[in-house]
Write a protein that binds this ligand. Structure first.
Ligand code: TLP
Length: 349
């Protein structure tokens, strides 16, 4: 069995810009963003702030930089940040929270990425001469390492109440906030109204080649702008990347539901395969994360499905992730699950 093209399910970051995005980039009106003079960047930032129900927004190169800038804009060095123990900030951002921002991460273990009120209250320690000052609670929506799971407005409301009662700010890594909104059949502003500020990515399921946006009140964004400069992230004629971002917000959001349907189909299909353990309740958006039988080495599994034209990612030992996105059709889902079935059949489990 061999597919004619590679079915790349490693991430939605592998999406390529659409023709319309390339055209928009080519014709974008440009200016120097240092002076606030790039009209396309300004338009995208205004659109983003409006979509998220906040006062202002700032375009930055990546989600990682957006998180770092936001941490530094929300907190002072030495303060304590409560975050989920599987969060992207904690796992995949080179420890910038400590090494660059000078903050003390306090990881909290959860089920499917959602704190309980008890978890959060327990993590907020009483004032003491011995403890660092807590200043921020972070949430991730959707939650990557928990399989693209969603935080509801009800949960966010609870977190917001606890944050306020304790004089803490609430920040959202909303890299995939549109996936969360689509899954909950709501609009992103109904989720973001509970957080002080957030970032979301243009370069994941929305297909942009580059870019993330930090959103919050004017004072926060002014601070973030300065920290972006400090970190070497000042942009110039960035209309080139903002123009695809505008197309993304206008045209690429509603279709995310197709990715969610494909992920559900993929999960259902592979859940029947011997050697795979999957919690179907965790498949809420465009990610399918499963445990591989411990007798199968993940590297060998990934190598064998690659030979059949399917790419996947190992998240931890024997924990595999498949992500659906623009360009992945229902027929690719069928082919990918057939390739996985064929591969695991070879192990005679
Ligand atoms: N996530 C990537 C990898 O780093 C794992 C992926 O393929 O999913 N927050 C969240 C929740 C993310 O998933 C990511 C990227 C980021 C932040 C960072 O974004 P970038 O890659 O633009 O720095």
């Amino acid at each position: 069995m061999q597919t004619s093209h590679i079915i790349d399910l490693r991430s939605d970051t592998v999406t390529l810009p659409t023709e319309e995005m390339l055209e928009a980039a080519k014709h974008a009106k440009l200016g120097d963003d240092y002076y606030g003079e790039d009209p396309t960047v300004n338009k995208l930032q205004e659109m983003a702030a409006q979509r998220m129900g906040k006062e202002a927004a700032l375009l930055v190169p990546s989600g990682t930089q957006a998180n770092l800038i936001s941490l530094m804009s929300n907190c002072c060095r030495g303060e304590l940040v409560i975050l989920e123990s599987e969060s992207h900030i904690y796992w995949y951002e080179v420890g910038g929270i400590s090494s660059v921002a000078g903050l003390f991460p306090w990881p909290v273990k959860t089920e499917l990425g959602a704190y309980t009120s008890e978890d959060l209250k327990a993590a907020i320690k009483p004032k003491s001469l011995s403890y660092p000052e807590p200043s921020l609670i972070c949430v991730e929506n959707t939650h990557n390492r928990h399989g693209g799971t969603v935080l509801t407005s009800h949960q966010l409301n609870d977190f917001s109440d606890i944050a306020k009662q304790n004089n803490l700010k609430l920040y959202m890594d909303g890299a995939r906030i549109f996936n969360a909104a689509i899954a909950l059949q709501t609009t992103p502003d109904r989720l973001t109204k509970y957080v002080d500020n957030l970032m979301f990515c243009l370069s994941k399921g929305l297909c942009c080649p580059i870019g993330s946006i930090i959103v919050g009140n004017k004072e926060f964004i002014t601070k973030a702008r300065k920290i972006r400069k400090l970190l070497g992230g000042q942009l110039r004629q960035a209309g080139i990347i903002a123009a695809p971002g505008i197309v993304a917000l206008e045209k690429m959001v509603d279709r995310l539901k197709v990715d969610h349907e494909n992920a559900k189909l993929l999960a259902q299909k592979i859940s029947k395969i011997k050697g795979i353990k999957i919690d179907l309740d965790s498949v809420q958006t465009n990610m399918v994360t499963f445990d591989l039988d411990s007798r199968v080495e993940d590297k060998v599994f990934l190598g064998k499905i690659k030979e059949l034209g399917v790419l996947a990612l190992a998240m931890s030992k024997n924990k595999i992730r498949l992500v659906t996105h623009y360009g992945i059709e229902r027929s690719d889902v069928e082919k990918a699950s057939a390739a996985i079935e064929l591969t695991l059949a070879g192990f005679r489990l």
